[in-house]
Design a protein around this ligand. Sequence first.
Ligand code: GLN
Ligand code: ZN
Length: 757
Amino acid sequence: MKTSIIGYPRIGNLRELKFASEKYFRGEITAEELEKTAKLIRSYNLEIQKKSGLDLIPSNDFSYYDGVLDTAFLLNAVPERYTALGLSELDTYFAAARGYQGEKGDVKAFAMKKWYNTNYHYMVPEIDDSTEIKLAGTKPFDLFTEALGSGVKTKPVVIGAYTFLKLARFKGNKKAADFATQTAAAYSELLSRFNGLGAEWVQFDEPSLVMDMTAEDIQLFVSLYESILKNKGAVKVLAQTYFGDVRDCYKELCGLGFDGIGLDFTEGKRSAELVKKNGFPQDKVLFAGVVNGKNIWRNSYASSLAVLSELEKHTHDIVINTSCSLLHVPCTLANETKLDERYKKHFSYAEEKLTELAELKRIISSSCPAETEEYRRNEALHSEPRTGGNEAVRKKVAALTEKDFVRLPGFAERERIQKERFRLPEFPTTTIGSFPQTAEVKSARNAHRKGELSDSDYEFFIEKKIAECIALQEEIGLDVLVHGEFERNDMVEYFGECLDGYLFTEKAWVQSYGTRCVKPPVIWGDISRAKPMTVRWSVYAQSLTDKPMKGMLTGPVTILNWSFPREDITLKESALQIALAIREEVLDLEANGISIIQVDEAALREKLPLRRSDWREDYLDWAIPAFRYVHSGVKPETQIHTHMCYSEFADIIKDIDDMDADVITFEASRSDLTILDVLKENHFRTEVGPGVYDIHSPRVPSKEEIKSAISKMRERIPAEKLWVNPDCGLKTRGNEETVPSLKNLVNAAKEARNENS
Ligand code: GLN
Ligand code: ZN
């Protein structure tokens, strides 16, 4: 068996590409210097892949910003507003990636969207009726040739025709099918160019095949590839899928003229069953994704071998592959200098996954796989009892019953009790939690981390900031106050640090979009609350004001979704463990006099399964209860808020209501407010605060603008259920725009109140 990977991280082991790009954006280095960094990263990646013994090394997985954007440029799908700027090729590309504002014009970037079920974001290509799809770029050929120059015949990787058309946004009347002929012709030409260059394999990434497909989708996919593969010549074409299984088009996929098919046996629930039931074409190579490209745990060789040997019953030609591109894991463990070896030995980042592939290959080619040294070591590692087990937590989770997830009394009764208790004015005003994290706040936190600022000095500093923040909110006239979240760097990391069972890495950066990377913490063991996490700040804040002070927590689903999850227990179990810990904090806040508690579920929708049929069973059936468990123990007069960072929840509206919070705030200012109709149609029960202005922009919204947003909301939402707030936390904003914006918000709410009475 040979080995292959789908793609390798391109940001550089120490995020070299990020730093070089940002310097380039600031005009501190030239395009040539940026290119030099890019080349160094590529040649480093090539070398380590070569050294690892990997058989099929990808090329064109490199990108200055995003692979889908690269494909748009490759296929001439570049809106005129960018080309018209008259910039260099690279700068035109960056204008589409980031927008351009300067002497040559003012244009917005492509829209950005989450890449399937990952935390990576791609740029959404725009196609209008005048777009002519044709092969217009040379990047895949240049990078293939570059690697060839280093003695490696790589497997070029390009987003496939079907996925490209499915991801694009069609701005005119024409639809994907109207571009099928042009697109197929462009891909045919691409193959013929690779034939000319002597490529052996070309990989077309087709992750959209794992989504729910309509008959029309299948028709589009088939017609594209019948045409693309018709005269493909000697080059072998691999249809690479990932993030799930291809249950809707397995037969069509097998029936087309591909030379290889890549299936995901990690996330593809039905991949193995599809092969078993339908067989696998004997003239094709099966690229079997058994090494998880999304998580950081060592592969279990026993499990991988079990999958591979089952597959061998159906086909003889198998390549051992990763489940998806390694873009979604950090680069190398070599930079984790502080992590204890007893943890580290369980981890595998991109570089280590290369070793796993090589070891699997060696093991499988041995006459007695289970006797090999590598296999035994791996088996021993996986059978080691995990430190960080917490029997008490597991027992508690196991003992949960239906009634633990139900808050009593029901919503209407609580609403009555709470109206009585808080006596808030109509359209109460509040914020989402954080206030501007100024340079002063960040530098105090850094100094504290480095030990330059003592614990007590740091705490004194945070208290001072809280006091300022409360004075400011009182002056502005907000109704429900927050403490400002100055003690937090990040809404997940902060809680992770206060929970037992979490591990933190040093350099485990993963690209989120463009030059942005995230460093998700790792759920290592059973989770429990080591100590109160926010109580002292909230209690201090409440002591300074007579207005209600919102306690501020992150919910279990968001904490889980923004971490590297365990693989030895289910996501459901992890979510419930975290819920247990957050619930303790909720009850602790309540016991300490906090009357309103907000539990943010910013990322609730993020891990909704790609296929609708999996939504319930695989996700919502435990995610929503996990949230409910967090607050089901509070008194009826305690008000529970939640917050979400988007309003695209029309399709799960009932589930959102079923979270049974008393109030929910969410982003609505940037969307077209259709969500309000959906709320109305569904008789949404929870009180709502659809954000009245966009905090992602430094613009100060006028009072009139906010009033008009409120009046639009009033048309669909009963007055007694409507809150007025910005659409997200203010931490990325400055005080210059925050203060006037909030003043306008409060005045707008006051006027709306008067007009209503
Ligand atoms: N309470 C958080 C804040 O205000 C919520 C952040 C978020 O929704 N991403 O910062
Ligand atoms: Zn938000």
